[in-house]
Design a protein around this ligand. Sequence first.
Ligand code: SAH
Ligand code: SF4
Ligand code: F3S
Length: 441
Amino acid sequence: MMQKKVHILTYGCQMNVSDSERIAASLRNCGYAETDSLDDADMVILNTCSVRAKAEERIYGILHTMKGQLKKNPDLIIGVGGCVAQQEGKQLLERVPHLRFVFGTHNLHLLPRMISEAESGRRLAETDFIDDDKRFDLYPQNSDFSGVTRFITIMQGCDNYCSYCIVPYVRGREVSRSPEDILTEVRLAVEAGVKEVTLLGQNVNSYMAKSGDGSAFAELLRSIAAVDGITRLRFMTSHPKDISKPLIDCFADLDKLCSHIHLPVQAGSDRILQLMKRGYTRADYLAKIARLRAMRPDIYVTSDIIVGFPGETEADFQQTLDLMEEVVYSDSYSFVYSPRPETKAALMPDNATKEEKHQRLDRLLKLQKKLTSGLQAVLLGKRVEVLVEGAGRMPGQIFGRTSGNRVVNFPGDPALVGSLQLPLIVRNNQNSLLGRLEVIS
Ligand code: SAH
Ligand code: SF4
Ligand code: F3S
C-alpha cells in the first residue's frame, strides 16, 4: 500500500507548535507520514489561532483556497484543529462544506478514531472540554525528538480572563501536568540530543498553584536544571502579577536558566491595565523588573503590547512608550487591539479611530527598533556564548541564540550544531547579529 501523507499547517503561538508535534505523532500511528507539500498530501490539517480577528479570517481564507486543491485531488481530507476549531465547533462544518473534521484543543487524543471515521467519508466535530489533569493522560506522548531545542508543555489553559483575551474560552481552565511526566519528557528529549528546553504554558508562574504555595514552578525549574545533559532552560509565558520570589531567586542560583524573560506588560497606563484586568500596576511591574535585574543584571526582557485598547488616549499610549524606554525591551510583539467574541472588552466604548491606532503602532515599532538596535550594538566587538541550533541565513553559515535570546549568524561547520560557541560579534543587523569564530590578530 502507498504511504499515506499528511500536511500540517500551524498558526498562532508555541502552544500550537507543540500541539502540532503531537498531532503528527498521533497521525504516524494512523499510518500517515508528514509531508511539506500540499500536492503530495492525502490529508491536510490546519492547527489554528483565534487570538485576533485577522488570525481567524486567515483560516477562512486558506480553507477557501483549499477548494482549488480539492479539484486537483478530490479525495483530499481536510481537518481543522486548534483555537478556531474550539471556538466554532460544529458550525465550522456547516460553514465550510468541504471540511471533513473539526477537533478542539482538548481532543487531540480522539484523533485516531476521528481519522478513521473521516477516512470512511463521515464528517464530524469533537470539541468537548476535559477540565482536569486526565487531559494529560490522554495527551499523546511524543517520543520523537529532533533538533537542539524543544518546547515542553507544562500546563494548558488560562484562568486569568484578561478582558480582551479569547484564550480562556478556547483553551479552557488552567491545568498543570505532573512534574514526573514533565521530567520524563525532558529526559527522553536529552537522550535524543536536545540541549535546550523551553517550558510552555499561558501562565507558567501559576504552575500547580491550585494545590501548593506558589513555589511549584521554581521547584520544577530546579529539578529540570539538575537533569544531566540540559545546557539551557527557558520558559514562557510569565504573567507579571504571579512572578514570585522563589522564581526570581532561580535567576540567581541556576546557571542553566537563560538571561531572558518574556514578561508581557500589555500597556503602560494604570487606567488601561485596570480595564484590561491585568491585576498589576505600572509600578508593580517595574518593581518586579528591578528585582529580576538585581538577581541577573544582564537579563533581557521582552514583552507583548496591545495598542489601541478601548478608551486608550494619546496620554495613555505615551505612558506605554515611556515604559518601553524605561525597561529597554530587547523585543516586543505588538498588535492593534482586536475585539474578540465573548470577551468583556468587546463591549467597552472605543473612541480612537483605526488610523490613530495604526499610527500609534507605527510609533511603537519604531521605538522598539531603536531599543533592539541599541542593545545589540553593546555586543559589537564582544564574544558572546551561543548554542548552535542549525544552518544560518546564508550558505556556509550556522546560527545560534545568546542566553538573552538574540540570534547570531556566523560562518561555521554544521558539525557544531548542539555545541556552545563564542563567536565575536562583528555586525549589528536589524533583528540579528553577525559573528565570526576565528581568532583575529
Ligand atoms: N498568556 C500570554 C499571552 C497569550 S496571547 C500572556 O498572558 O501574556 C498572546 C498575546 O496576544 C497577548 O499577550 C496579547 O498581547 C495579544 N492579544 C491577546 N488578545 C488580543 C486582542 N484581543 N487584540 C490584540 N492583541 C491581543
Ligand atoms: Fe489571555 Fe490574559 Fe490568559 Fe494571557 S493571561 S492567555 S492574555 S487571559
Ligand atoms: Fe492563538 Fe490559541 Fe495560541 S488563540 S495565541 S493559538 S492559545
